[in-house]
Design a protein around this ligand. Structure first.
Ligand SMILES: C[S@@+](CC[C@H](N)C(=O)[O-])C[C@H]1O[C@@H](n2cnc3c(N)ncnc32)[C@H](O)[C@@H]1O
Length: 211
């Protein structure tokens, strides 16, 4: 259901605004006086190790994960990349059910820990890898299937990179959000979610290389 991520996004934006405000407040208060009491703003003040995310964490329901993998025609020859991999469920399911190799990328170290634990529980740690990294910095050239559950503007920003780095024939499967004027070859509804599917073409129309 589209609302799932949009509702989270609204909360996420509010949290970011609150963090920005408290950060300004902290900076404004520091120079006032050396003897002024130190103002503790937690839990709203941003922890130094806090990561800046482009999308909040909302997991894809398992029925939708299953359908995304079917639509991506994932099998044991595939290398699947999930960009913003959360608890790793898409990559872990691809390895467990279809014998695929998988790489999950997430900027949040907590998600990477959860994903590694889930891979271990599922007995697929030898076939999957989770990297704490910004999805915009990843080399995608070895992927044969890419899955996304991001946001419309993040998909659009990512589009040139997908089209430049992925091999022709690579499948891209996105939960709930499309890629603007790059029309999907398939659109499927599952339990209130929409799944979009594209195949990277041999010749990329120049207009699609604009983010
Ligand atoms: C909506 S969740 C999707 C999780 C998983 N793909 C799924 O479908 O269950 C988006 C994920 O992207 C991660 N994320 C957000 N911005 C990111 C970035 N710039 N680089 C890598 N991961 C990011 C978040 O930490 C979150 O786990």
């Amino acid at each position: 259901m589209k609302n799932r991520l949009f509702v989270s996004l609204s909360l996420f934006s509010l949290t970011l605004s609150a963090s920005a405000l408290t950060s300004c407040a902290t900076q404004a208060e520091l120079p006032v006086s050396n003897s002024a009491p130190v103002v503790q703003l937690s839990p709203l003040s941003p922890a130094t190790e806090e990561v800046e995310k482009d999308v909040p964490y909302v997991p894809t329901p398992q029925a939708v994960v299953q359908r995304m993998l079917e639509l991506g025609k994932v099998d044991n020859k595939d290398v699947i990349y999930d960009l913003g991999s959360g608890d790793g469920r898409i990559v872990v399911t691809a390895a467990q059910k279809y014998g695929a190799r998988g790489v999950g990328i997430d900027i949040d170290p907590q998600r990477i820990q959860e994903a590694n634990a889930n891979a271990q529980n599922a007995g697929v740690s030898d076939r999957v890898e989770f990297r704490q990294q910004d999805l915009f910095d990843v080399d995608l050239s070895e992927a044969s299937v890419v899955t996304l559950y991001l946001l419309p503007q993040v998909n659009l920003k990512l589009r040139p990179k997908l089209l430049q780095q992925l091999k022709p024939g690579t499948k891209i499967v996105s939960h709930d959000f499309d890629m603007g004027d790059w029309k999907p070859e398939q659109t499927v509804e599952v339990d209130g979610s929409t799944i979009y599917v594209w195949t990277v073409p041999e010749k990329v129309p120049p207009n699609l290389l604009k983010g």
